[in-house]
Design a protein around this ligand. Structure first.
Ligand code: NAG
Ligand code: NAG
Ligand code: NAG
Ligand code: NAG
Ligand code: NAG
Ligand code: NAG
Length: 847
């Protein structure tokens, strides 16, 4: 049973319009291995599920998942819709050690103005099958903010599970609930709420908020069942001060642990109960991208004594530490992950003697040869392997951004860890100790976390091609099977188009990552199987929107780098189209190679000379200030749909006149798909407000609409999403989300007969009409900020290798040589080159 109160959209029918729920089956288009950062993995300490422990994953922009016995994962938060989109940011997760069905999520995406809503505590009593809002918190929660891989900052008292503590961001400190998360009060006695701010001067608001509390860890053995646990440890991000505190009286009073270090920030605090130890991982960065030094400590709880057990030192220590795991069944066996060993690969260490000695997952034989103490399988996500698109990060296997690392409390052989792109794990972990060689495999099956930017469904070739942030994009030859490889050349693909008369011809635009190819336009002539760079594109110009002329000879491009709308024919250099406003959206006619359409404000434009020049048409886009999409009937030249902030408009005469659809007050992504009957008009799909915000299909050119989303499938922020109908399968629509991958929906059998109640009243608008105001809705503006910023995931997508100040000296081998806020040397010793691995870190590596 589904019981999520406010995801059930209650909407009034518009006077002249009818909508009717249709029955749709929704499934993910399988990419197969995450596709984004996995900041948290948590095992329940008390319940062994059928074949392995009960585990959950939280993500920064795509909600939470639960582990199944066959290693696959089940999404738990697909109810999240545009009304509560920030619930896909999960900053902390707690699974109840007493009543193991209970699960809590601390949700909220950003603590700054990008996210208008405060955070929530979501509560489940059935392991996440259903949730209710236990509480709206009096502050924001930042599931996609810096430091999101620390934790867990939400914890349940193992002796009295009505008690929870939550460590907030932004200096809000520690909060306590005694009623299963329903009400919360501030614990003002915590001496330091975590005051460190990564960049107080950050004008884009992302790095200028305090990460705050990093973890809350109960020491169950300090109490007894039925009473509040006395001893609780709390970590905070604070520089030069105590940053790990303990309470011995269930949270009433707190003191800093004696003898603690003040240089690094605590990321994880994990208790080994039988040893009476608290293990701590530290980094000098907040994570998940930064950090170039760190430490690992153990704290003897009885003797109040710290021991530094950092696995490496000197020049071998060029990273902080993130994920930290304790093998509950084998006291003294612990593991810790380098948070970011950007080169040559991520690193994990294991100790079987409580940190006295360690062994690594790989070591150098001699450059460039590594001894890899593991075998590696990417069979569940082959695109992670040697063809992995992320050129910045090379052919890494182990990973990066490794903040989550856990050993199954019921199976010492079972390891899981999260990276910037996926989850890896092992089922033979004990082989590390017996022969120092384990099997590592991609184990993120079912986690679909991509931020999807573009979808097309051409009439030939694969039914779907996708453009996604961070892992390139895919030609989906099998919607239910993992793609073998991602698109080459660019870390992120942000737009795609096919040529109407030659639909195996496809144009694609990349988003300009640090080591993406110089030319950010690529063309395929074989439906996306292979790609050629378009040398007509200038380096340094990237992102934005593209369109391909019907015969595939001309590309229109409005890059995100601000050059206005550009045109290139026969892959010659791109030149400006001076007759179009710089913010114009556009589309190609799918039949006539000479025709392109464009829109800006309430004006509509047409080109009949293959995009060289545009002229305004007579028709205008009534009460529109912001056109969103132009979609052209693939079979009929001049038959055009335009979605706008004022509604949905249709023209059958190339924009000479427009009909504004009654009852549609705002529309975002739109698409046309296969018609209901042979030679019928295409099905119209719209992400729109039609008596309520949702996803709709019309089989009669917009007279009546069928609502396709339901209480269990909300698809997150609507303005961030892209949709595509399928021209070959009636009823099928693809929805690309900002953090939950791609869904496809098919009509379920018998579900498709529509009840037509009314006809839409239409208004024809011409150039003489007066236009509406410039008001935009709150939803549009708030959610559109997620569009541009929610690319959470693997690496920052903006390139800013501005390490141009005069080098004071030369950096030695493997030393840091750049990255945000780096002020040290940027030149490397002879034989070494400074390589930028992320916005935050560049390192001297062999030339
Ligand atoms: C922030 O700006 C102030 C004033 O320009 C400057 O003094 C300070 O050093 C800056 N802080 C950081 C962390 O860059
Ligand atoms: C912590 O403070 C020290 C001393 O001011 C400074 O050198 C160091 O860079 C700070 N650490 C971070 C991560 O900002
Ligand atoms: C405290 O830890 C240090 C190492 O950091 C160790 O040498 C010492 O013996 C420990 N003392 C006690 C009382 O455990
Ligand atoms: C670990 O085992 C794998 C698979 O058998 C093998 O390829 C690899 O060379 C081994 N590693 C070492 C360092 O022997
Ligand atoms: C356009 O008109 C519709 C219907 O009157 C209205 O609901 C909507 O808010 C208007 N949009 C804009 C952008 O003015
Ligand atoms: C386009 O026309 C073809 C041939 O009649 C038809 O099969 C297809 O469904 C049409 N596509 C759309 C989107 O109407």
């Amino acid at each position: 049973m589904f019981s999520f109160p406010f995801s059930l959209a209650i909407f009034a029918l518009a006077a002249t319009q009818s909508t009717r729920a249709d029955s749709y089956n929704w499934k993910n288009v399988k990419i197969g291995g995450g596709g984004g950062f996995v900041p948290g993995i948590v095992f329940n300490p008390s319940e062994k599920a059928s074949l392995q422990g009960l585990a959950y994953v939280r993500t920064d922009i795509g909600g939470a998942y639960r582990l199944n016995a066959d290693d696959s994962w089940t999404p738990l938060t697909d109810f999240v819709s545009t009304d509560n989109w920030n619930m896909w940011g999960v900053d902390a997760l707690a699974t109840d050690p007493v009543d193991t069905g209970r699960l809590y999520l601390a949700t909220g995406m950003y603590t700054n103005s990008w996210d208008p809503s405060n955070g929530h505590i979501l509560r489940s009593t059935d392991k996440g099958d259903t949730f209710e809002v236990a509480a709206t918190l009096p502050f924001k929660v930042g599931g996609n903010m810096p430091g999101r891989g620390t934790g867990e900052r939400l914890a349940i008292d193992p002796n009295s599970n009505n008690i929870l503590f939550f460590g907030a961001r932004s200096g809000n400190g520690l909060y306590k609930s005694s009623d299963y998360g329903s009400t919360w009060t501030k614990v003002s006695s915590l001496p330091n709420p975590g005051t460190y701010i990564f960049d107080p001067n950050d004008t884009n608001e992302y790095n200028n908020d305090a990460v705050g509390v990093t973890f809350v860890t109960f020491d169950a053995s300090s109490g007894s069942s039925g009473s509040a646990t006395p001893r609780i440890f709390v970590g905070v991000m604070s520089n030069g001060t105590d940053n790990v505190f303990v309470s011995e009286d269930s949270g009433s009073t707190w003191s800093g642990l004696p003898g603690q270090q003040h240089t690094y920030f605590p990321h994880k605090g994990v208790i080994s109960p039988s040893e009476g130890l608290l293990y701590l991982s530290y980094s000098d960065g907040v994570g998940p991208y930064d950090g170039v030094l760190g430490a690992v400590y153990k704290y003897d709880i009885a003797s109040k004594n710290f021991t530094n057990i950092t696995p490496v030192s000197g020049s071998n220590l060029y990273f902080g530490f993130g994920g930290l795991a304790v093998d509950i069944q084998t006291p003294g066996t612990i593991m810790v992950a380098a948070l970011n060993s950007w080169w040559p690969d991520g690193q994990i260490y294991r100790s079987t003697d409580s940190g006295a000695t360690w062994s690594p997952l790989w070591s150098w034989v001699s450059y460039p040869t590594l001894a890899k103490y593991y075998s590696y399988s990417d069979s569940l996500a082959p695109w992670l392997g040697p063809n992995y698109v992320d050129l910045t990060l090379g052919n890494k296997q182990i990973g990066w951004m490794m903040e989550s690392l856990v050993i199954d409390p019921f199976d010492s052989n079972h390891l899981l860890y999260g990276t910037g792109a996926t989850i890896y794990g092992s089922h033979d972990l004990k082989n590390w100790d017996s022969k120092h060689n384990i099997s590592i495999a991609s184990l993120a099956d079912g986690i679909e976390e991509t931020a999807v930017q573009a979808l097309i469904s051409p009439p030939t070739g694969p039914n779907l091609l996708s453009g996604v942030y961070d892992i390139g994009g895919f030609a989906h030859t099998d919607l239910n099977g993992v793609p073998a490889a991602s698109f080459p050349n660019y870390v992120s693909t942000v737009d795609l188009d096919f040529a109407g008369n030659k639909p195996t011809n496809i144009v694609r635009v990349g988003n300009g990552g640090d080591t993406d190819s110089a030319q950010q336009i690529s063309i395929s002539t074989d439906s996306g199987a292979t790609w050629n760079l378009d040398y007509g594109a200038s380096s340094g110009v990237y992102g934005g929107k593209v369109a391909f002329s019907a015969d595939a000879d001309t590309v229109l491009w409005r890059p995100s780098t601000g050059q206005g709308v550009l045109r290139s024919q026969y892959t010659n250099s791109f030149t400006s189209i001076s007759s179009l406003p710089t913010d114009a959206i556009f589309a190609s006619d799918k039949k006539d190679n000479t025709i392109f359409y464009a829109a800006s404000g309430s004006s509509f434009y047409i080109s009949t000379d293959t995009g060289s020049t545009f002229a305004k048409t007579a028709g205008t886009l009534a009460n529109t200030t912001t056109p969103v999409r132009i979609v052209v009937n693939p079979n009929t030249s001049g038959d055009v749909w335009v979605s706008t902030n004022g509604g949905l408009l249709h023209s059958t005469d190339s924009g000479a006149t427009f009909t504004k659809l009654a009852g549609v007050t705002q529309a975002w992504s739109i698409s046309l798909g296969a018609p209901a009957s042979t030679n019928g008009y295409p099905a119209v799909f719209a992400a729109a407000n039609i008596g309520g915000v949702g996803y709709f299909r019309s089989d009669d050119q917009g007279t009546t609409w069928t609502k396709l989303d339901d209480a269990a499938h909300g698809f997150g922020a609507i303005s961030a999403n892209v949709i595509s109908g399928d021209p070959r399968v009636y009823g099928r629509v693809y929805i690309g989300t900002n953090g939950r991958g791609i869904f496809y929906g098919d009509r379920s059998s018998g579900g498709g007969t529509l009840t037509v109640t009314t006809a839409a009243s239409s208004t024809t608008t011409r150039a003489s009409s007066t236009l509406g105001t410039t008001s935009t809705t709150t939803r549009a503006s708030s959610a559109s900020s997620t569009t541009s910023r929610a690319s959470s995931t693997t690496i920052p997508s903006t390139s800013s290798s501005t390490t141009s100040s005069a080098p004071a000296s030369t950096q030695s081998a493997y030393g840091q040589c750049g990255g945000a806020s780096w002020s040290g040397p940027t030149a490397c010793a002879s034989g070494y080159t400074c390589h930028l691995y992320s916005d935050y870190y560049a390192q001297c590596v062999p030339s």
